[in-house]
Write a protein that binds this ligand. Structure first.
Ligand SMILES: *Cc1c(COP(=O)(O)O)cnc(C)c1O
Length: 390
């Protein structure tokens, strides 16, 4: 079954604003159900008190764990609510007990914040960070990865599923098979893929996965989550603890929680957690295959229309392409293209080459247009028609 476009647009107030929103890889428009969940909780907090409101909404808060677990094929005890994907990823990464000489393997398109963390830990713990070369499609070379793993000493394979600055999709499940066979931990940054395409942690074989609420999942800003596989959990010690993640058991002792919530903190954006659970349920109800088909179809159409436009250079690599469409326009700075489109009621974003220092193909700046399933074919045409002349 495909996406019922009229229905999803009717359920999205932002679709009535007249703006064509092609910045879903930045922050998507939430559906009414998410808006209501967040607003209702905040209203309740402001009426009866925050702690009292959390008690009243305890079931909705707990529902979050089942909703996210259902979305990615995990168990509810393997899910932690964290305020954004960066901190979720950090909590997993900095929990790994690296030893001097350990190797970390990553990919050329890795997210800047992750890369900075590798460099920090490399210096602090004497581990090496190695960037596995691309294959001919621009995605991580499985051959090269296998060869590096065979040399031994790899503690962690950490890659992104879909990068932020290019329309490629990394072969996450193939990487998972190789990492597992080599006995390495596997951390997947699924920030741009969760909510855009089917993501199943068992099919992929990752040990840890981080994602954000506001992108393709259409949740509130300031929300995210971490998945940690049950059997690797005991070996991971969170870099920060509090009275939720651990129990203070004696004058000089504490005990860590034994589920993934050992990565959480007690205080949180409760309304956001409820809203993110609602967003996950909404995505599952639509069906991630249907979402993937429509996003892929709109992105392909957009690439085709852009390719026919004089002066446009499409930058997307990968044999399998995501809904992130990146391009430059001859004679125009990307920031100016973004501003010109904004004047015409079309939202896009730009990429920053200084965030891509592992990627020899990265350009100083590109325009990024990222459709979601609620965008229309007419909006795609509007975007392309509104581009300045080269
Ligand atoms: C957006 C993004 C992040 C960071 O997510 P936040 O929720 O902003 O912390 C990490 N990785 C990738 C690939 C992203 O696109």
């Amino acid at each position: 079954m495909g996406i019922d476009l009229d229905r999803v647009r009717a359920e999205t107030p932002g679709c009535r604003s007249g703006v064509a929103h092609f910045n879903n890889a930045g922050s998507a428009l939430p559906p009414q159900a998410v808006i209501d969940a967040v607003n209702d909780q905040f209203r309740l907090e402001s009426t009866i008190g925050g702690y009292e409101a959390a008690e009243v909404s305890a079931d909705a808060v707990e529902r979050f764990y089942d909703a996210i677990a259902g979305l990615i094929g995990a168990g509810r005890d393997e899910i932690a609510y964290i305020e954004n994907a960066t901190r979720a990823w950090d909590m997993a990464f900095y929990a790994i007990p690296f030893r001097t000489g350990d190797r970390i393997l990553t990919t050329t398109s890795e997210y800047a914040s992750n890369a900075i963390a590798y460099i920090q830990i490399a210096a602090a713990r004497g581990v090496s960070v190695e960037v596995v070369p691309d294959d001919e499609h621009g995605t991580i070379s499985l051959e090269a990865l296998e060869a590096e793993l065979a040399k031994g000493g790899v503690r962690l394979v950490a890659i992104n599923h879909i990068p932020t600055h290019n329309g490629l999709v990394n072969p996450a499940a193939e990487v998972g098979r190789l990492a597992r066979a080599a006995g390495a931990l596997y951390l997947l940054d699924a920030c741009q893929s969760v909510g855009q395409l089917p993501v199943d942690v068992n099919e992929i074989g990752c040990d840890m996965l981080s994602a954000t609420g506001r992108k393709f999942l259409r949740g509130p800003r300031g929300t995210g989550f971490l998945y940690v596989r049950r059997d690797v959990l005991p070996g991971l010690k969170p870099p920060f603890l509090d009275l939720l993640s651990a129990e203070w058991t004696g004058r000089e002792s504490y005990e860590l929680r034994d589920d993934a919530r050992r990565f959480e903190t007690w205080e949180r954006y409760v309304a956001g957690q409820i809203g993110l659970g609602v967003a996950a349920d909404y995505a599952v109800r639509l069906g991630l295959d249907a979402v993937h088909d429509r996003v892929g179809g709109l992105a392909a159409r957009l690439r085709e229309a852009l390719a026919a436009k004089p002066g446009v250079t499409l930058l997307d690599r990968g044999a399998h392409r995501s809904g992130l469409v990146t391009f430059t326009l001859a004679g125009h700075e990307s920031a100016a293209v973004k501003a010109a489109l904004r004047e015409h009621g079309v939202n896009v974003s730009t990429t920053d080459g200084s965030h891509q220092r592992f990627d020899a193909h990265a350009v100083p700046s590109a325009v990024r247009a990222s459709p979601h399933y609620y965008n229309t074919e007419e909006e795609v045409e509007r975007l392309v028609a509104a581009l300045p002349s080269p």
